[in-house]
Design a protein around this ligand. Sequence first.
Ligand code: PEP
Ligand code: MG
Length: 756
Amino acid sequence: MTNASAGGPRVLLRRLREEMAAQSSPQKRLDKIVHLIAQSVVAEVCSLYLIRDGSALELFATEGLRPDAVHITRLRVGEGLVGDIAAHARPLNLFDAQAHPAYVYRPETGEEVYKSLMGVPILRGGRVVGVVLVQNRTMRHYSEEEVEALETVAMVIAEMLAAGGLTQLGSEDDVESPPDRPHYVSGAVISDGIALGHAVLHEPRVHVEHLIAEDVDSEQLRLENAVYELRSSIDQMLNTSDLSHAGEHREVLQAYRMFANDRGWLRRMIEVIKTGLTAEASVERVQNDTRARMMRQTDPYLRDRLHDLDDLANRLLRHLIGLGPSSASDDLPVDAIVIARNMGPAELLDYDKDRLRGLILEEGSSNAHVAIVARALGIPTIGRASGILDRIEQSDAVILDGDTGEIYVRPTQDVIEAYSEKARFRARKQAQYKAIRHEASVTKDGIEISLNLNAGLLVDLPHLAESGAEGIGLFRTELQFMIASTLPSQREQTQLYSSVLDSAGERPVVFRTLDIGGDKILPYMKAETEENPALGWRALRIALDRPSLLRHQVRALLGAAEGRELHLMFPMVAEVAEFVKAKALVDKELARLEKFNKPRPSKLVVGTMLEVPALIWQLDALLPLVDFVSIGSNDLLQFFFASDRGNPRVSDRYDHLSPAVLNMLRSIVVKCREYDVTLTLCGEMANKPLEAMALIGLGFRRISMSPAAIGPVKMMLRSLDAAHLERFMESLYLRGDASLRVELEEFAKNEGILIG
Ligand code: PEP
Ligand code: MG
């Protein structure tokens, strides 16, 4: 490496490659490597330290120091120059190492005679797994090219350690868990259930196989071409309104474009290619360095950018390796647990459901639409699993506990056994739910409660019979629109609605008209940039401004329901006039059918969602006009508390079991009773047995929930004395507490109510 420009490092890399292919023992190979490096750099010493037990750097191999110090000398991360390199994940280049304040000397190594030192971290996935350094007796100045070359060698060593099954020798720094150690993360439950399987990284890091270049010039050309292709593909993505394939938002793409066009990035990669790596390996190495730097940032904004840069590097690698732009279904294992930062509902549906055991999102809250789809598919899901993507590799074993929000990465045998047992226990519980599915849904004191399903896709329909639900309380028609790549035609809509009605048979289905906008983006519709999309142009607002969309849908629904009952409701009604307008459109369509003597539904039942607080103060005007009201607790409560349902930072900030919420809901119950109008609640609040219990205590007699919730909620209500609960709750309404959860839990416990 003294003559880096004359191909020194490349010769070394070639010899390392031969060494990688050799059949010798791991220790022998490491000994040979340090020997080769020392020879190439013309250094008296080359030593390799690997991290053990999370925080100690152990001398694993040396050329030049005393051989008996190997596996004896240990330094903490942060201790001495070696520890300093590991702690900061950056090189040190010191012509007078002993003058450095961090210098410490270990007598067993005999290193006191060496003056100059050049050391670099060994990084894998941006994490420090060890340190490699050279030392000389003289006060030697190592050049920047030499540092660069040693970093390249360190990357090859990192790959070799992993490929040769040597990772159990090296481990992580004291902050992060090592890639091969068990790791535990706790998140928030989105969809319950237990899953044991293997990690599939949504847009996983591409594995680079060929590290060492045959010909530097052709590698540079490959890289330049791939960067050009990447830039064009990002431009193309940005220029079309179809962002669904990107699975990212526009701003992210704009950031990609900015990063992709960053000249410094390309220049860095070319510099690395010149040290002898392939184009792929140079992308990976530069990204490793970036990760190492950025993972030490505490600023969440900057850490977030890291994922963007990771994605970009991945896309570039996919271009280089000739893979398609997405990885959703590439070689999905039969027990896939998909890990993503976040994703949209359509992206989840790209995965083969039969192979999908679980979903883990770094962000993502329980009201987001991907969460709703995950629940509809019965996929155990955990959100807010902070930092998981930094600690997991493709194909790692994972256990996901959707009851408690716990995630075990690379679990130990005893955890696997405990969870296998837990999974069996759950299966027994499921069997109990199944056993009561044909039993009456009635409280101990004889009050009938109608339990219904929330659905939105044909895949949901089998749940009707399986769960014993009375009907579909909410059919989200927008899901068909969200997963399609073009606007579904009226005929396609009719087909779906009639298949739904066919499968539901005698059970009623409440279709909600299109609820798009907000977080429900249609890939083929030009997205307007809105400052507050949840409060923006969405749902019925779009429908009333673009009546042809609603008209086609209503025609499709009326057509599908011919000779059968049709239950319809409108989303996001904020004022009575909006309901009146939408209802008038339906009446007009019905009259049209009558006029032309076309088949019509046997009965038309039209109601509204109640999810905008303003409507609560218009109930006296509204209730005489509607057949039913269905509370959308997801939106109603996000507006009620002014806390974004899709923002994990605030979505769970306020407890829905608070006097404020209970009083508000109670006032709606009272009004609906006064006007004798059927009241339902179809938000996620009904999913949890304790919350469902509180709803019954408030006077709700009909609720709609995700399929997995029916069994537990039914079990709960069959053990409940509703009149007793109603009396108990009277004492709660005037309380000033932020939450009444504990009181309600106590009540359930004392009364022997099965809340799971
Ligand atoms: C709600 O807002 O509670 C609801 C049921 O509708 P969605 O979750 O589809 O917005
Ligand atoms: Mg809603």
